[in-house]
Design a binder for this molecule. Structure first.
Ligand code: ZN
Ligand code: ZN
Length: 178
C-alpha cells in the first residue's frame, strides 16, 4: 500500500496484513488533524482512521526531508506530518524502544487492504453519534502487544523509518505542551 501526502512529495510504503485498523475520536487526534490539513482527514464524527502496525513494515519511499512532528500532550505520541503540504501522517513514541507505529489511513491508496475497522475508541469525544458496531479495545491492545514483543525480540524495531540508526528521531519537531 502507498501513503502519499496531499502534494505528492512524501510517500510511504506500508505492508498490509499485519496491522490493526481502528478509528479514534479523541480530542488530541482531532487537534492534530485540525492543525495539519484543516481537518480534512477527519470523518464526519471527528474520527481519525488509523492503521496500527509494526515499525519495520513502514518505509519512507521519498520526501524524508519534508517530515516533522508535533507533541501535543505530555502522555501523547509524537505526531508526524509533512512540511511540504501539512498532511498528518503517523504517530510514534519518542523512543524506538517501544515500537508503536500508527499510520493515518486517510491518505493510503488501498483502504480495502487495511482490513476491517476493529474498534472505534474514545467515542465520548466524537462530534456526532456513531452508529453500528464499536468493537473493543481488547481487539486493538492484544495484537499491539504481540507486534511490539515480536519487533523487540527480532530486533526489527530498529528498522523504524522514523529513527536513525543511532536511535534518534529523523526529524526535528515541536512540543507544544508544558
Ligand atoms: Zn506534501
Ligand atoms: Zn486519538
Amino acid at each position: 500500500m502507498r501513503w502519499t501526502c496531499n502534494c505528492g512529495d512524501v510517500e510511504l510504503a506500508v505492508e498490509p496484513g499485519d496491522g490493526t485498523r481502528l478509528v479514534c475520536y479523541c480530542t488530541s487526534c482531532q487537534d492534530f488533524a485540525n492543525r495539519f490539513g484543516g481537518g480534512d482527514s477527519l470523518d464526519a464524527a471527528g474520527g481519525t482512521d488509523l492503521f496500527q502496525t509494526a515499525p519495520e513494515t513502514v518505509k519512507i519511499v521519498k520526501g524524508q526531508s519534508n517530515l516533522s512532528w508535533i507533541k501535543l500532550t505530555p502522555k501523547g505520541p509524537h505526531r508526524w506530518h509533512t512540511t511540504c503540504c501539512d498532511t498528518p501522517m503517523a504517530n510514534t513514541l519518542g523512543t524506538r524502544a517501544i515500537p508503536f507505529t500508527t499510520v493515518l489511513a486517510h491518505n493510503i491508496d488501498d483502504k480495502a487492504a487495511l482490513g476491517p475497522i476493529v474498534a472505534r475508541v474514545n467515542r465520548a469525544s466524537a462530534t456526532q453519534n456513531i452508529d453500528g458496531e464499536h468493537g473493543s479495545m481488547g481487539k486493538v491492545i492484544r495484537p499491539l502487544l504481540w507486534r511490539m514483543l515480536r519487533s523487540r525480540l527480532s530486533g526489527r524495531y530498529k528498522q523504524s523509518p522514523f529513527f536513525a540508526s543511532d536511535g534518534t528521531l529523523i526529524a526535528k519537531g515541536v512540543t507544544v505542551h508544558d
